[in-house]
Design a protein around this ligand. Sequence first.
Ligand code: NAD
Length: 264
Amino acid sequence: GTELMRGKRGLIMGLANDKSIAWGIAKACAGAGADLAFSYQGDALKKRVDPLAAQLGSDMVLPCDVGDESSIDALFDGLKARWDRLDFVVHAIGFSDKSELRGRYVDTSRANFAMSMDISVYSFTAVMQRAEKMMTEGGAALTLTYYGAEQVMPHYNVMGVAKAALEASVRYMAEDLGKDGIRVNAISAGPIKTLAASGIGDFRYILKWNELNSPLRRNVTIDDVGGSALYLLSDLGSAVTGEVHHVDAGYHVVGMKAVDAPDI
Ligand code: NAD
């Protein structure tokens, strides 16, 4: 690996298993020399996250349910006990009731709308309120979004509305925190088969569609996302903030794909 992140300390939130986008990002950052801490949701995930963290040389594995303010405070107390400074944060967390990730958006319940916004949008802001105080030498934050924020995608429904709000929150926090040298960006990743994605209706069809219709004619991997995350989180991205960067094999630029045959 490179020395790009040597001496930098980062918090990775949202690692569930080795299919997680957070894992692709963590591998890229650790490979470039970063020291990492991980947060996980709920006891059941601890036994999965502990060995993955150990693989990257980290024994800082802390619980955090982002739906609970006191749990976020406890996470940052745990970080402060070991680190006097934080350089970067990765927020790879989203949640919605999967019974509403099919059918029509218009049928979304008030309760699931509020919960999806709370866990998938506000949690990034809540985390940055704490992270800001530890980023005494500037820093970088990254969240994960999806094209369903910009255009209607099948079954994405309330998560599309939540991701649109998340992308707007990236821009507002970029302005608020920019004066202190803290950059805030998002990666809009193409579809990847993860635990969270398996809750979305017809996900296999969405994957196939992206493979056939993206300019690169393939799907993206968690390592593709990791490489782009490394750029945004390291000094390579030192003048980039408020950005929603697509790592989607180019899918978002296509209005209509040409027929590959010479004449129709
Ligand atoms: P994943 O299931 O591996 O990760 C989702 C994580 O969110 C899990 O670790 C889960 O524990 C965590 N989480 C959910 N509720 C939480 C809570 N209350 N407190 C703390 N953690 C909580 O799936 P993933 O696909 O790697 O998802 C990571 C991010 O990437 C999500 O924001 C997702 O929307 C986004 N994303 C995914 C895709 C895709 O196709 N997989 C595409 C674009 C964006």
